[in-house]
Design a protein around this ligand. Structure first.
Ligand code: PLP
Length: 393
């Protein structure tokens, strides 16, 4: 028996381990320091009432013989698929319920979707990148090429027609840079994918943070996208489901290629997945009700207020940054030409604030630091006051 030696080719989750190690070392040496963590990518506000009520009701149903549910549909319950179809209608996108697949979150689907593709495909990712796209493909032995996301292209690389790719990962709004493609920019990727016969895996985990009317909520707002885009969505950041676990992936029936991807994905899911719990799907369904949408928007508005506090302070410090407007992430250029870890250490030791060094997301992240808006108003404001004091502003 031989094991998968590709595991030795992926980097240890060095970034967050190193952040945690440096932070706890500092905390141990300075027990009075009130450290504020601005690097967390997890939500902090609880589930909204509509979701909690729906889940309570579902639990009760599961305890009664007449309403008890066993295995559900592989694709997800019809009531949830219909609600998701209804949500897309708000963006002018018409979907069939059979194009919606409910999952236990975007991360699983981002990895699992690779079961549909041949090992010889060339994968294109951006640099900096959400590491899951890279690691899942390295594990499968695929070749990866990088599109540079830099300050020059506002961290939004566009297709290079001299380069061939088969599988293209786009994350918009982006983790870590917070940059988001406009409809016109996304159209260039759709046209390129169609020319190359490639599939785009669009990670829309931060869709709910979009405020700019030129930025599409769904890739399917762009003509031709239904022939080349699989859209992977999550309720984690949209509705605080990081611990509850629910997402959905859209696989249009018009994704033909050499096999029908919608049929293939249903086959894959029915082979390896037995669905998301009824209780969680009822909670997810409540997100799309009027009351649920109101509840999640209030939470998102809270995080967006934090993003504004961050952006205002960075403006006052004269620090260049990206993101924040359509995303909970703010990607700042370390002042004075400092490296990511150098600025991380300075911020930790002089302001007791923790960010995430950009270089952990790729070569082009060197010299950048990611801050998130998932903290409290009070901590966000306090962290920024300390940053200003540190920089003498
Ligand atoms: N995609 C991106 C870009 C993310 O940043 C995250 C989580 O941080 C995920 C996917 C994972 O989402 P989920 O919690 O639905 O697995």
């Amino acid at each position: 028996m031989k094991t998968n030696h590709n595991y030795s080719k992926i980097k240890e989750s060095y970034l967050f381990a190193e952040v945690a190690q440096r932070t706890s070392k500092y905390a141990a040496e300075h027990p009075d320091a009130k450290i504020i963590k601005m690097g967390i990518g997890d939500v902090t506000l609880p589930l909204c009432k509509a979701v909690v009520d729906a889940m309570h009701a579902a639990v009760s149903e599961m305890g009664v013989k007449e309403t008890f549910k066993g295995y559900g549909e592989y694709r997800g319950y019809d009531f949830l698929c219909e609600s998701i179809v209804g949500y897309y209608k708000k963006f002018g996108v018409e979907l069939d319920t059979e194009e919606v697949f409910v999952s236990d979150g975007a991360k699983s689907d981002l990895g699992n979707i690779l079961d549909l593709f041949d090992e010889d495909n060339t994968v294109l990712v951006t640099d900096p990148v959400y590491p899951v796209y890279v690691d899942t493909n390295i594990l499968a032995g695929r070749k990866i090429i990088y599109a540079d996301a830099t300050e020059e292209n506002s961290f939004l690389p566009l297709p290079d027609n001299s380069v061939h790719a088969d599988i293209i990962y786009l994350c918009s709004p982006n983790n870590p840079t917070g940059a988001a493609y406009t409809r016109d920019q996304l159209k260039l990727w759709v046209d390129y994918a169609k020319k190359e016969g490639a599939v785009i895996l669009l990670d829309a985990a931060y869709e709910a943070f979009i405020t700019d009317p030129d930025v599409p909520h769904s890739a399917y707002e762009v003509a031709g996208a239904k022939e080349c885009v699989i859209e992977i969505c999550s309720l984690s950041k949209t509705a605080g489901f990081t611990g509850t676990r629910c997402g959905y992936t859209i696989v249009p029936k018009s994704l033909k290629f050499d096999q029908d991807l919608n049929k293939l994905w249903l086959r894959r899911q029915s082979t390896k997945f037995n669905g998301v719990s009824y209780i969680v799907q009822c909670g997810a369904n409540a997100v799309f009700t009027e009351e649920g949408l109101k509840g999640i928007r209030e939470n998102i508005a809270y995080y967006q207020e934090n993003a504004k506090i961050l952006m205002k302070a960075l403006d006052e410090c004269g620090i260049k940054y990206f993101g924040g407007k359509n995303s909970p992430y703010i990607w700042l250029k370390c002042p004075g030409g400092m490296g990511s870890w150098e600025f991380f250490d300075k911020l930790l030791s002089e302001a007791n604030v923790v960010g995430t060094p950009g270089e952990g997301f790729g070569e082009n992240g060197k010299g950048y630091l990611r801050l998130t808006s998932f903290s409290t108003h009070e901590n966000t404001a306090e962290a920024m006051a300390r940053l200003k004091k540190m920089l003498g502003k």
